[in-house]
Ligand binder design. Structure first.
Ligand code: HEC
Length: 401
């Protein structure tokens, strides 16, 4: 059973208004979830979170694999490139080699013809008185042919060597090409796996958030848990943020978002989840030292803060720990609340002016605790404008003015 966010909103509003022990489980038409159900939702959420964490590790491993494959690919491509260059270069040397073979052949041809004719003449002159002279001539011709024949053999060998080298380079080029294709295929496979893993992780987290929301809502409805966004964040934003933000972090304590609130200030962590009494933040609010030089928090606000810490100082499921307070606070808290109006009449206090109309004058004549200041809508910084449309915080505005 899912409780709609609308009904949760109004429940929490009620909670805020009545502050104390609200047991808002008896919403009309809503069945109250049993403890068992709530526990099983929590279990489910925890299990899903564990799976999401595992999935994140899988994803990380896949991303590493992808990097490795990409490195491999670029190396292989580099090798392929140099193989191609080798082939191209070797191809260039082929032409002169072929030419020198042809030249050696041309040189050899007349010498060989002459030598063979001289040999024939020597054969024919055998037994005649020309025998010695023709034999000498044949031997001379044969000797003259010899270097030309050697030169041809040399040129042919050089050509054959070059051709063999080219054939080998081409072979390794083919292997590298096949490798590139293989690695590219692996990469696209890994990329697909990464996409799937991401999708799966997102699904797990969505489910996790749903279950967590469900059990948190149920516990909030039963008054066993205090929501950060609906419960304490509006108080922090209204009463603390002016002195505890990223720019002005008094006590080096930035309360701009959940993460920084939990991180603490110059004295370390100021929230001890599960123990309000021992938490510096609560102690300082309870003894009136915070908010500094201002009206103390109301007993209702104090008990809400204590309960929030006592019940674990949780962040609502699905909210980012680094989301700014003003973005997570429900819009309903922008409604003027009758807080700290000092001696001024309600109607004069800027908090009660009609801001919705975006009137040219944003801040107006009198603040409870400052000199009159004026600021127009167009002059106001985007932060101030946002501030005004989201909720109205006197000290914050004073600060910004
Ligand atoms: C007007 C300015 C002002 C406002 C508003 C204010 N504080 Fe402070 N806060 C300070 C200053 C300054 C310090 C440094 C210690 C000191 O001077 O007391 C401080 C210190 C702290 C510390 C101690 C931080 C640490 O690590 O030592 C906590 C916790 C704290 N504030 C909580 C709050 C809370 C919660 C609120 C709202 C309910 C709040 N403050 C509102 C001025 C402010």
């Amino acid at each position: 059973m899912l409780i709609s966010s609308r009904s949760r909103c109004s429940t929490v509003l009620l909670l805020l208004l009545s502050f104390s022990s609200f047991s808002g489980s008896s919403l009309p038409g809503q069945e109250k979830p049993t403890e068992q159900q709530i526990a099983s939702w929590k279990q489910e959420a925890d299990m899903l979170l564990e799976r999401a964490i595992k999935q994140a590790k899988t994803l990380e491993a896949l991303q590493e694999l992808l990097l490795e494959e990409q490195r491999h690919l670029s190396q292989t491509k580099q090798k392929l490139k140099s193989a191609e260059e080798t082939v191209a270069k070797a191809d260039e040397t082929l032409k002169p080699l072929k030419e020198s073979v042809a030249k050696a052949e041309a040189e050899l041809k007349p010498l060989a013809e002459y030598a063979s004719k001289a040999k024939e003449a020597a054969e024919a002159a055998k037994g005649t008185d020309q025998e010695k002279a023709t034999a000498d001539a044949a031997a001379k011709a044969s000797a003259a042919e010899e270097p030309a024949r050697k030169k041809l053999t040399g040129a042919q060998t050089a050509l054959a060597t070059a051709e063999q080298m080219i054939a080998e380079a081409k072979k390794s080029q083919e292997i590298l090409k096949a490798n590139v294709l293989k690695v590219e295929k692996n990469i696209s496979k890994t990329e697909n796996e990464i996409t799937d893993a991401r999708k799966k992780q997102a699904e797990l987290l969505t489910q996790e958030v749903n279950f967590r929301k469900q059990y948190q809502t149920a516990l909030i409805d039963q008054g066993k848990l205090v929501s950060f966004t609906h419960g304490v964040a509006p108080i922090y934003a209204k009463r603390c943020l002016a002195c505890h933000n990223a720019r002005t972090a008094k006590g080096r304590y930035n309360m701009e978002n959940y993460a920084s609130i939990m991180k603490g200030g110059e004295s370390g962590q100021v929230i001890d989840p599960g123990d309000g009494e021992l938490s510096t933040l609560y102690i300082m609010c309870e003894d009136g030292s915070m908010p500094k030089d201002a009206d103390p928090l109301s007993p209702e606000e104090l008990s809400l803060i204590k309960k929030w810490i006592d019940t674990g100082a949780i962040l609502d499921a699905g909210i980012s720990p680094s989301a700014e307070l003003i973005t997570v606070i429900p819009k309903s808290s922008s409604r003027p609340l009758p807080i700290h109006i000092g001696s001024h009449s309600r109607s004069r206090h800027w908090r009660f002016l009609q801001m919705e109309s975006r009137s040219p004058v944003l801040g107006t004549t009198r603040f409870c605790c400052g000199t009159p200041k004026m600021v127009s809508w167009s002059n106001a910084s985007p932060t101030l404008q946002k501030e005004f449309t989201t909720f109205n915080t006197a000290p914050m505005v004073l600060k910004l003015l």
